[in-house]
Design a protein around this ligand. Structure first.
Ligand SMILES: *Cc1c(COP(=O)(O)O)cnc(C)c1O
Length: 233
């Protein structure tokens, strides 16, 4: 099996996991977006997944998103999501290329993205990252600060509020991630529910089944599709 075929085969396995988890949860698998996280992986790997039908990809460094998005701009239907921490001075690079930014974690970043998204032919989709892991988590807004940030996003026509995202602390077992996913779903319920916040971006390679049981609408999967990553310095 060459690399291209290996990625296609792994993608099939992940799709089967998503479908099975949806069945187990009594959900329709078509309501769950599989986002392929291609960070650190070469452009050829993205192309392989694209050839196997994958359309939505995620990156967590602005410069890497720019390089891949520009190199693959000829592929119809290809869509980029930014899932990393975004410095305001990189907001323009991302706002001009991404379909969705997952980890908006301050009013300041929301305002900067709104400014940089003006002139797009459609609004930039935005998720707010919430810290559901307490001190053990690195990023995200404190739940107390959520409502004010939601309102900033809603106040800008160049942005479209789509939901919430979290990166819980690593857990020993997938099951141990459940309280974090449940906490994000509860925050959604407390802030207007699915009509205001349709998307819940939660769950990765190890815990996507648990996340889907708890209501994930976007699972962000890297390792299970593209293989292990070298540690990035
Ligand atoms: C790298 C990354 C992922 C994918 O993690 P895997 O465990 O490789 O599936 C998901 N979300 C974010 C924000 C990431 O940075």
């Amino acid at each position: 099996m060459n690399d291209h075929e290996a990625i296609a085969a792994k993608l099939d396995e992940v799709r089967a996991r998503v479908a099975q988890a949806a069945r187990d949860a009594g959900r329709d698998a078509s309501t769950i977006l599989l986002l392929a996280i291609s960070k650190t992986k070469p452009i050829e790997s993205v192309r392989a997944a694209y050839d196997a039908g994958q359309r939505c990809f995620g990156e967590n460094y602005a410069q890497e998103l720019v390089e891949k998005a520009d190199a693959l701009a000829d592929l119809p239907g290809l869509e980029w999501h930014f899932v990393g921490r975004l410095q305001t001075n990189k907001a323009r690079l991302v706002a001009t290329r991404a379909r969705m930014v997952h980890a908006v974690d301050s009013e300041r970043l929301a305002r900067e993205l709104a400014k940089r998204a003006e002139g797009r032919d459609r609004p930039l989709d935005v998720l707010i990252e919430v810290n559901v892991g307490g001190e053990a988590s690195k990023g995200g807004l404190e739940p107390d600060a959520l409502e004010a940030t939601l309102r900033v996003v809603e106040a800008h026509a160049s942005l479209r509020l789509r939901g919430l995202m979290s990166i819980p602390p690593p857990t020993e077992t997938p099951e141990a991630s459940r309280p974090f996913h449940r906490a994000l779903a509860a925050l959604r319920d407390a802030h207007g529910g699915a009509s205001r916040l349709p998307e819940l971006s939660m769950g990765m390679t190890d815990d996507l089944e648990v996340a889907i049981q708890e209501g994930a609408t976007i699972v962000r999967v890297g390792t299970a599709i593209f293989g292990a990553r070298a540690v990035r310095l």
